[in-house]
Structures are given as structure tokens and as C-alpha cells.
Design a protein around this ligand. Structure first.
Ligand code: HAM
Length: 423
């Protein structure tokens, strides 16, 4: 019997991990530059956190969550995203009282029962930012600028930033009504998903990609025409700051995002490298979320991006590549005694911070040499009976082919390897 991974979940094998680490390191680097601190949340949360936080009528809650009872019958859910957890963690730690302004970042697996395809999986990984405790439009601009700066550092071009405002809870109510009115005599000729959305959450109709729905959506009213004075001013504030920072964007009146907690600013960043539909990053304000979870009114903004998509874009279009992980030394051994001596020598050299590998499969000298080359070892030491007897060996530079004699004591070898590395 063989086992396959669960559909939509996959292994990231060592050959690919370099790309992931590169993307993660750049994200950490940028987060540090903007003074965002790392937070780690549990992977499981009470289901109610997501149903309340993200909204019952969203696709994520309605169709995509991995939900199951624990042994005591409590309903738990594998986190489908990080924002609800961030809001919960903020309240759990009492930060609303202790230190209400927080800037966080996170990286980790998320779970959504979606149809797997390129850049979309059931276990995926998000890198995300959450800035909690301010309504200042300068914070919106900072968060968007951070997202852009990450892409620039990864050398990703063809970026497209779309921005919209969907207003506060009151504005959304008015907008909802306007949409209901607009779609009322059109909905019967639209797709079945839209008919459901019309009932549950008409704003989500704007997200539909179906051909038959498009003309009805194009003529729909815009959220920006239903903003209160305060939300209009906020949007102007964000736009003004983005202009001031020279961050190009397009206003996209159709952009509404798929999670119910959003208010005011919403944005998505996409890249040509991924094709038109896939966004690298999606985010926005969620000024009512913390209050809806029992906390005080607390404005906040953030974004998250899918690591899978970022890695794909990077592999296709990025200007930087992961560096290899060079091996400082390979010890080829011939015979039992040499293999034992090699094991010990390797330990001593490793304890000086140099990487060493050797053969563990009793292979021929030629095969060990091939392996050393394949591993990209920078030096090779051969240990056989002769070397053990004379206590002298030869250290070979595998890139130049030059050899030099060394005494078979670790300190001497360590010195040579260090000199070669320039450390
Ligand atoms: P989201 O738009 O649902 O927002 O997801 C953000 C990003 O996660 C997407 O743009 C995409 O890159 C990636 N993503 C989503 N689903 C999948 C999937 N099934 N496979 C691969 N990648 C995926 C959120 O999750 C919000 N929590 C973002 C946020 C943070 N808003 C405010 N703060």
C-alpha cells in the first residue's frame, strides 16, 4: 500500500525549499525595516472565531473551512487565515489596555477546502502583516508600501496595485441596498452563485468572474459613491499619501474582497508573472473586527499573501535566486577503520562551524568522489589505510583541483578550510 498526501496538500522538497527561504527571509527583512514584530498563532482555533470574524456568508466560512469536533465535542477549525487570530490574540493578551498600538507579521500554513490548481492549494502558506490600533491613513500607506517594497526586493516587476474603499459598516449597509436594487431585475439571468450572493451578501456579486454576469456587474453602482464624509476623507488621505510616496495604484471600484470584516481601504497587489486573476497579496482595513469579538472599537489594517504564488512568481520572473548551501568538506573513506576515523574527524570539524559530510553507504571511491562533486563540496579529504598510518592526508580544492598535504588533526584542517573560506 502506498500513501498519497491529502489532496491539495503537498511536500516542499529540499530542492525547492531554497526558494521558500529566500522569500521568507526577504519578508522578514522588510518587516524589520518597517518595525513589524513576529507573532505566531495556534493553527487551531474555536470555529466561532472565524464564523463571527470572517462572516457566515463568505465562501471561506460557508464552504472552505476544515472544521471538526475535538474529543469533548467542541468545534475547532484549522485556521483559514490569520487576521481573526491576530484580533483574538490582541484581546487575549489584553493589549487593548496595555499597549493598544501593535505592528505584527506572521508566516505560516493556512487551510481552505478549495479546488486545487496552480497557486491555489488546500494547505497553503501566508505571509501577513497586521497593524492594529490606528485609523491614520498614513498607516494604510505604510502597509501598502511594505507590500510593494517586498516585491521590489524580490525583483518582481509587472506589479499592479488596485485600491478601493468600501466604507464603514453604515456605508456598507447603504451600498448593499443600492446593489440589491440594481441587481433586483437582473439576478434571474445571472449565475447560480450570484443568485445565492444576492440573498446572502450582494457585495460579493462584484467579485464574480462569470461571463454572463459581467455586463450586469459593470453597470453596478460604486462603493465610493456611497461613502460617508469621514470615509471619503479617509480614502482621499490614503490616496494623497500614496501619491506623495510615489506609489502608483489604480482605483478599482469592483474590488470588494471576500471576507466580511473589511471596512474602508481594500487593496490587492498582483503580478503579470501570475496571470490576470491571481493576486499576490490582498488586504485592507478591518476597523470593526476587534469590537465584534468583544473588544473596544479598534481600527486596524493588514494584508496577507500566498507564499506558493510568491515562489511561483519568483521562479518565473524574479531577479534573484536562492544561493546554494555549499559544503565545506567531503571526507571520502576507504575501509572500516578509515570510516570510523572519518566520523570522528567530521565531528571535530563541524564543531568549529564548518559543514562536513561523508559517505554512509560503503560506496566505491569513485562514487564517493561523484557524490562530493554533486553536493558541491568545496574541499575533499581522502582517508585510507595509508593516510591513517602516515597521519597525513591530502586536502583537495574541488574547484581548482589543487591539492595540498595536511596533517590528519582537526585543528590543522579547520585552519585551512577557514582560510579558504576567508573567515
Ligand atoms: P485573502 O485574500 O483571503 O485575505 O488571502 C490573501 C492571499 O492569500 C491571497 O491573495 C493569496 O495570495 C493567498 N491565498 C488565499 N487562498 C489561497 C489558496 N487556497 N492557495 C494559495 N494561496 C492562497 C486574507 O486571508 C486576509 N486575512 C488578508 C488580510 C490580512 N487582510 C487584513 N489583514
Amino acid at each position: 500500500m502506498t500513501y498519497d498526501p491529502v489532496r491539495g496538500m503537498r511536500d516542499i522538497l529540499p530542492d525547492e525549499v531554497g526558494w521558500w527561504r529566500l522569500a521568507e527571509e526577504k519578508f522578514r527583512e522588510v518587516a524589520r525595516l518597517y518595525n513589524y514584530r513576529e507573532i505566531r498563532f495556534p493553527i487551531l482555533e474555536a470555529t466561532e472565531l472565524f464564523t463571527r470574524g470572517i462572516g457566515e456568508s463568505t465562501d471561506v466560512v460557508g464552504k472552505q473551512m476544515y472544521t471538526f469536533p475535538d474529543r469533548k465535542g467542541r468545534s475547532l477549525t484549522l485556521r483559514p487565515e490569520g487576521t481573526a487570530s491576530a484580533a483574538r490574540a490582541y484581546l487575549t493578551a489584553g493589549l487593548q489596555v496595555k499597549e493598544p498600538f501593535q505592528k505584527w507579521f506572521y508566516i505560516g500554513p493556512m487551510f481552505r477546502y478549495e479546488k486545487p490548481q496552480k497557486g491555489r492549494s488546500r494547505q497553503f502558506h501566508q505571509y501577513g502583516i497586521e497593524a492594529i490600533g490606528s485609523l491614520d491613513p498614513g498607516l494604510d500607506a505604510e502597509v501598502i508600501s511594505l507590500a510593494r517594497s517586498l516585491m521590489e526586493r524580490l525583483g518582481l516587476g509587472g506589479l499592479r496595485l488596485r485600491l478601493n474603499s468600501i466604507g464603514c459598516a453604515k456605508d456598507r449597509e447603504a451600498y448593499r441596498e443600492a446593489l440589491k436594487e440594481h441587481f433586483s431585475d437582473r439576478i434571474s439571468s445571472m449565475c447560480t452563485d450570484c443568485r445565492r450572493r444576492y440573498r446572502d451578501n450582494p457585495i460579493r456579486i462584484l467579485d464574480c468572474k462569470e461571463e454572463i454576469c459581467r455586463p450586469h456587474i459593470e453597470s453596478a453602482p460604486k462603493s465610493v459613491d456611497h461613502l460617508c464624509a469621514e470615509c471619503r476623507e479617509h480614502l482621499e488621505g490614503v490616496r494623497e499619501r500614496l501619491d506623495f510616496l510615489g506609489l502608483g495604484y489604480e482605483l478599482d471600484y469592483r474590488l470588494v474582497r471576500g471576507l466580511d470584516y473589511y471596512t474602508r481601504t481594500v487593496f490587492e497587489l498582483s503580478s503579470d508573472a501570475l496571470g490576470a486573476q491571481d493576486s499576490l497579496i490582498g488586504g485592507g482595513r478591518y476597523d470593526g473586527l476587534i469590537e465584534s469579538l468583544g473588544g473596544p472599537p479598534t481600527p486596524a489594517i493588514g494584508f496577507a499573501g500566498g507564499m506558493e504564488r510568491l515562489v511561483l512568481a519568483l521562479q518565473e520572473d524574479g531577479k534573484i535566486r536562492p544561493e546554494g548551501e555549499p559544503l565545506d568538506l567531503f571526507i571520502a573513506t576507504l575501509g572500516d577503520e578509515a570510516s570510523r576515523a572519518g566520523l570522528k574527524l567530521a565531528e571535530e570539524i563541524r564543531s568549529a562551524g564548518l559543514s562536513v559530510d561523508l559517505d554512509h553507504r560503503g560506496r566505491s571511491f569513485r562514487k564517493q568522489l561523484n557524490l562530493a562533486n554533486r553536493l558541491g563540496a568545496s574541499s575533499l579529504l581522502v582517508l585510507g589505510d595509508e593516510e591513517l598510518e602516515s597521519k597525513e592526508g591530502k586536502l583537495k580544492d574541488l574547484s581548482s583541483g589543487k591539492e595540498e598535504g595536511v596533517e590528519l588533526i582537526s585543528s590543522g584542517i579547520i585552519d585551512r578550510l577557514r582560510r579558504k573560506k576567508g573567515v
